[in-house]
Design a protein around this ligand. Sequence first.
Ligand SMILES: Nc1ncnc2c1ncn2[C@@H]1O[C@H](COP(=O)(O)OP(=O)(O)OP(=O)(O)O)[C@@H](O)[C@H]1O
Ligand SMILES: [Mg+2]
Length: 403
Amino acid sequence: MTEAIPLVVQSLFMHDLNSREIVSDVSLHVKRGEVLAIIGESGSGKTSVALSLLGFARPGMRISSGKILIGGTDILSLSGRRKRAFQGGKVSLVPQNPTTSFSPRMSVGKQMAELLAAHGHSGTGMKQLMRDALRSVDLPDDEKFLRRYPFELSGGQLQRIAIAMAFITSPQVIVMDEPTTGLDVSTQQTILELIARLVKSSSASVVYVTHDLAVVNVVADRVAVMLSGRIVEQGSRRQVFAEPSADYTRVLLDAIPRLLTDGPAAAPEAEGAIEFQNILEVKNLHAAHGQVEVVHGISFSVGKGECVGLVGGSGSGKTTTGRCVTGLHSNASGSLLFEGHSMPFAVSSRSKADLSAMQIVFQNPDRSLNPKESIAQSIARAVRLTGLADKAKVGAEVRSLLD
Ligand SMILES: Nc1ncnc2c1ncn2[C@@H]1O[C@H](COP(=O)(O)OP(=O)(O)OP(=O)(O)O)[C@@H](O)[C@H]1O
Ligand SMILES: [Mg+2]
């Protein structure tokens, strides 16, 4: 008997609850040891397809028809215990955002142990698997590290653990949904190298979702291009890059050199430095998490209309610095001068005017928005905080912001 292809998707359709077609007639297959990259613009259906490979659909969506064969078994035909044995056992997922893939209430060691126990491991064999998995992603494998909680680790470290967990049960199929997107540039590079190394040494079939064509060049054997819920082109990486058949693929490929040559950074350089009037001055900022100091006396200023980039490796203190400035981290010392007056670190001690003059956009959109509110409700709440109370005016402001 010939071995079944590890992953075969046949004519998959997905709809939302209003019967809008989100995924249309998607078929693909991935051979043993092969990496298929799914590329396409935001909203084209990549994550929907990725999750369906584990038999999942997000709330508000359903898998309407089609087959997803993992090692010859249609995961969509399974239920209960047999389905759960496949999820994480025969097919695993590395999600886009490491912080949302872990329970905040359990140490990472416990979460790894739970996964392994659910797939039949126990005792010293299980401990050994955990240690090997952590070493394979270049993390410490001691008990102290395993006792840490997700909030005590950086995004890059968490993503390493998520990757280790995806490989730990030796699944036939591994799905990765933009696993490096939420990380800083230098961490992205090391995580990508790590993934490429692990994929090479395992015989798993990998589906790798990304919108970064440079990443495709590093990891993929074959490429599927998605647009509006459909696969418009599928082929070897070389073929898709060198001789794209779909117009849309050509548009995607053309966008790369343009980003490199016409970006805003390239143009104004020759005009010389622009003088800015300082609006924010940070002096000798020290910040700590508990007893551990993570920001050691930094000073910088931001001019009116100026955009200052804070660049550094994972865990270097960028987010903590941003939180100190916006009043969300008060375990800090040093001074903050805003429009010439001194500003306290605690948000609760700041004046109303200072509060509305300074805003933050968080790293992870899915965690910074209240899941119980619609997009319009979330924006309306922020609009009302500016002092606008009239219902019709708030509604009009929300609509104009969404435009
Ligand atoms: N829970 C949901 N209920 C209904 N529609 C949804 C839901 N989640 C996403 N959609 C819609 O489904 C379509 C596909 O979304 P999906 O998240 O799969 O795209 P994507 O290609 O992964 O995008 P991105 O690159 O931004 O991650 C979009 O039109 C989106 O608005
Ligand atoms: Mg997505």
